[in-house]
Design a protein around this ligand. Structure first.
Ligand code: ZN
Length: 194
């Protein structure tokens, strides 16, 4: 299923410090890297994300996003480091961070991850105000004449997939709506067709 369904494999890495939960680390990522034929996308919900960039690259990860909240003014240098390791760089924000704080990274980061729930736990309910945040980032990019790839994560399913796409999201991260489905592959296809 790993290589049949989705376009990317999204890895939610949590450290129990930036978020009040622990998910998994390199033992799982290394195991996945041995079988993954699709690009791996690491979402680092950890303090000091820069400590892990090199090891993610060594494990064949293609996309790495870190949270603006953990990095602030070091975000630009994080992007440079990720690029120097041959990976695409993304910046993630929680729902309480103004979306305008991402504008300065338009044209510099390869993608932006708008959290539509607070990072830390699966199975949360989608926050509808995320739609406006996505379209405002998309509009700002258009005004600046730059392309933007927006990823959305949290409470994503068939009920909001088309709204998210219309708002300007190009990458939908789905956890519960896929893995709690009796037929995960069909759930992924339903998201594409929604
Ligand atoms: Zn994620």
């Amino acid at each position: 299923m790993l290589n049949k369904g989705a376009d990317w494999i999204h890895l939610d890495v949590m450290d129990g410090s930036f978020v009040p939960n622990i998910s998994f680390g390199f033992s799982v990522i290394e195991a996945l890297s041995k079988v993954a034929a699709k690009p791996m996308d690491a979402h680092l919900m950890v303090v000091h994300p820069e400590r892990w960039f090199e090891r993610l690259a060594e494990n064949g990860v293609s996309y790495v996003s870190f949270h603006l909240e953990t990095s602030a003014e070091r975000s630009s240098s994080h992007i440079d480091t990720i690029h120097s390791l041959g990976m695409k760089a993304g910046i993630a924000i929680n729902p309480d961070v103004p979306v305008e704080s991402l504008f300065t990274y338009l044209g510099k980061a390869d993608y932006f991850l708008i959290m539509s729930v607070f990072a830390g736990f699966g199975g949360q309910k989608f926050m509808p105000e995320s739609l406006e945040r996505i379209s405002s980032l998309q509009t700002e990019a258009r005004c600046r004449g730059t392309e933007v790839m927006i990823e959305v994560d949290g409470g994503v399913g068939v009920q909001n997939a088309s709204l998210l796409r219309e708002a300007g999201a190009g990458v939908l991260v789905a956890g519960s709506s896929v893995f709690r489905s009796p037929n995960p592959l069909a759930a992924i296809n339903a998201l594409r067709e929604a």
